[in-house]
Write a protein that binds this ligand. Sequence first.
Ligand SMILES: [Zn+2]
Length: 76
Amino acid sequence: MMTLHDLAQNSPRPVGVECIHCIHRALFTAKELRAKRGDMRTLSEAGVYCGNCGSRQFSVERFMSWSKAHAFMRNI
Ligand SMILES: [Zn+2]
């Protein structure tokens, strides 16, 4: 499970989430979620939900670069 701590560690690169129900994808940065190191809440516990269907169940992907993140959003 991705935590806010993991997201802060990965900053400034974003993480990608894909909704398990409707396959909607989005990117989040540590800044957007005010993620801090040591915060062990998961993304759903921190209030992340699908902007399309409202589900709190999603898979999370880490990216090594912004170009990989943009490719994820284009579904490549
Ligand atoms: Zn959804």
